[in-house]
Design a protein around this ligand. Sequence first.
Ligand code: GAR
Length: 209
Amino acid sequence: MSKVGRLVVLVSGSGTNLQALLDASADPSYGARVVAVGADREGIEGLVRASKAGIPTFVEKVDDYATRAEWDVAVAARISAYAPDLVVSAGFMKILGKPTLQAAPLLNTHPALLPSFPGAHGVRDALAHGVKVTGCTVMLADEGVDTGPIVAQEAVPVLPDDDEAVLHERIKTVERRLLVEIVGRMAREGWTVSGRSVRIGNHTGGEST
Ligand code: GAR
């Protein structure tokens, strides 16, 4: 990454992970700063958080395009306009296609220990399965649903009286800290991908072998 990594963050909801990145990047030594926030819908708290921080925003809705492929091209163009070093999908509830994946490396965060419980309901599915431990995963995105190479994971206990909301909040407390740590380290130290193995450190950018 360049000296201070340029981040475009994508959101679909409350944007607490975005807020954690905004807060962290207030410190110049963090190594990365949010240069734009994109969303797939209007009227969400994530966009309000960006505006309050003075960060430019954009919205691209799937329904405004004849095909999903056209939407993908539009999202990629919006992202490319900010020349990011890294795109962070932080609660962005859409799968992004090739155009976006080619625009910049895409980091994703998911509220379960992948490869268990991928998709839009990772917390609900883990709870329904009766697992005693779940957690969060930070991974590089590929064209699949939560199938990309894993960068970091952390476990979170499931407690007997948990419902989806309570468990998700416990996960998100860990997830925000992990995402901030990983994005900062990737920005400061670089990273390499070898097959499914991601290694942070000793490199100046995201290189694949
Ligand atoms: C986060 O828990 C994130 O992992 C999840 O949405 C939440 C967004 O919270 N994403 C997914 O489930 C994607 N499959 P936030 O809007 O408060 O950052």
